[in-house]
Ligand binder design. Sequence first.
Ligand code: ADP
Ligand code: MG
Length: 430
Amino acid sequence: PKSPTNKKVSNSRRDSIYDYKSEAAKKVELIAKNRDERRQRQADEKAQKDLIMHLEQNNPYWEFSQMIRDFRNGIDFRPLREHDPVVENQITVCVRKRPLNDKEDRRKEVDVITVNTKNQLIVHEPKHKVDLTKYLENQNFRFDYVFDDSCSNDIVYKFTAKPLVKTIFEGGMATCFAYGQTGSGKTHTMGGEFRGKQQNFRNGIYGLVAVDVFKLLNHQKYAQKNYMVSASFFEIYGKLVFDLLAKKQRLRVLEDGKQQVQVVGLTEKIVSKVEDVIDLIQKGSMERTSGQTSANSNSSRSHAVFQIILRKSGSKHVDGKFSLIDLAGNERGADTNKSNRQTRIEGADINKSLLALKECIRALGRKGAHLPFRGSKLTQVLRDSFIGEKSRTCMIALISPGNFSVDHSLNTLRYADRVKELIATDSPED
Ligand code: ADP
Ligand code: MG
């Protein structure tokens, strides 16, 4: 008689035969799999070797690039966002990093600047040990704000010059400086974005300030003050001053007995709408670059000063002034041992003016500090902007991201750091 137990046995026997076959099949499969994996591994290793060879031939910085990528993968990013709070400082110092440009891309340069938070950045300096192994020297910096390469002029403006516009309506002086190496983005930031050789003067800091000046002029809070707006635009080239609104006419700077500094004969055009200001910016910018042999030969060696002035109608007294300065390339300050005498003198002048500027800004933050404004033509003509408790200033330090520029970028960051010493921390919230 069939019992349920018997059935079970026969079933299990069938299973075990089946298992036996499958064990053999599995072994064969495993051998095949191991062989495939080994081949794949060898192929991968070869591909990796080929890739490394290819990279070494095509990109000498690939290892640094890899190290920077690893670094970035290991940290949290909390960049500045448009609606982050704007802090009201007497002195604001910030940094803007531009994207790598075509020229840097063609040279296969590596982006050595990491902007990790709204106010900090890291410079990855490529270095070699004595045995030639490569390593990165990472340095942290902290400023009031750090703008990464995705920020537009509008965002930069919002956190830098915009909060200073009301200052000039309240009896104060305002200044905004663009500092950095030639090609780092000073003119792009101050004058407007370039599209090829065309510049959009509407989205530079000069133009954006003009828009807000006219907005406040008509604001009920200030309308009864009857302010009249005018603008001037000049260039400081060594010890010489040229009027950019009068065919680069040379101007003299005089200081009277009361230490009042005057640029004699400087053109000051009355403006009644934004459009008038844009026309002046365009005119002056063209004048600045006219007659240049290459894109940045002369303008990189001069400081351009654009000013918007407020006066009561019919009065000579200046009630408020906003000076916007596109500084000479700071690398020119290092041209002090060039064989060409002219270049050497220019370099020394630029160096002197940038050092004097730094000291004047630092003095602004310390009541009663000595103001070394006679140290250069630049600080001399800006003297009245460095005095008075209501004066405010903003420095935008511009940096190029490529590894070829790392020394210049470090110089720029150290300078900006000295203008306003903030302590870099590891905590992104500080
Ligand atoms: P500088 O005045 O400091 O010598 P420029 O403002 O002339 O430098 O900039 C050099 C080049 O880099 C220009 O072609 C400019 O359009 C480009 N550039 C600068 N900053 C930026 C940016 N933030 N985004 C895109 N391009 C930029
Ligand atoms: Mg420029």
